[in-house]
Design a protein around this ligand. Structure first.
Ligand SMILES: [Zn+2]
Length: 160
């Protein structure tokens, strides 16, 4: 018996799941199995193996019947769930640290560029002033005439 193959296999470089959906990324050798060694249940055929494993582990968190001793198998899954949750929280923390570092470097960049921006703001104001001046004198508002005035004023100001 052959399983039906989707027509365009080139559209799924990572192959298909058992239900015929293209995989978004390749599965590593260990990925897609229950991380509990004694279990190692295969979830690779699932659309989202990672999520399936979370659900599988979470399933063992609460014993369905009270009064029954918790089996080592069940406990191993609950512990794995806790461990994976802690790892996830840890990753999130470093993700925040990364964001914080980016924020800091952006702040530094802004500080470095404040002077630059102040200068460009000043020149932009001088440009407006130059245009008013040229208009008042009835001269052509050419870019060259404006820039010449701006440079003249700016030079005069920085000489002070
Ligand atoms: Zn398992």
């Amino acid at each position: 018996m052959t399983t039906p193959q989707p027509a365009h296999s080139s559209e799924a470089p990572f192959g298909y799941t058992r239900v015929g959906q293209p995989r978004k990324r390749p599965l590593s050798n260990r990925e897609g199995f229950c991380p509990v060694k004694e279990c190692s249940r295969n979830f690779r055929h699932r659309l989202n193996p990672r999520q399936a494993i979370w659900q599988h582990l979470a399933h063992y968190l609460n014993p369905p019947c009270t009064g029954f001793p918790i089996s080592p198998f069940r406990r191993a899954h609950a512990e794995m769930h806790e461990q994976m949750k802690a790892e996830l929280a840890n990753n999130r923390l470093s993700e925040n640290e990364k964001k914080e570092r980016q924020k800091q470097s952006k702040k530094k960049w802004v500080e470095k560029n404040t002077e630059k921006r102040a200068l460009s703001l000043k020149k932009s104001n001088l440009r407006k002033k130059a245009k008013r001046e040229l208009k008042r004198e009835g001269k052509d508002l050419t870019q060259q005439a404006v820039e010449e005035l701006v440079e003249k004023w700016h030079a005069a100001e920085t000489e002070k």
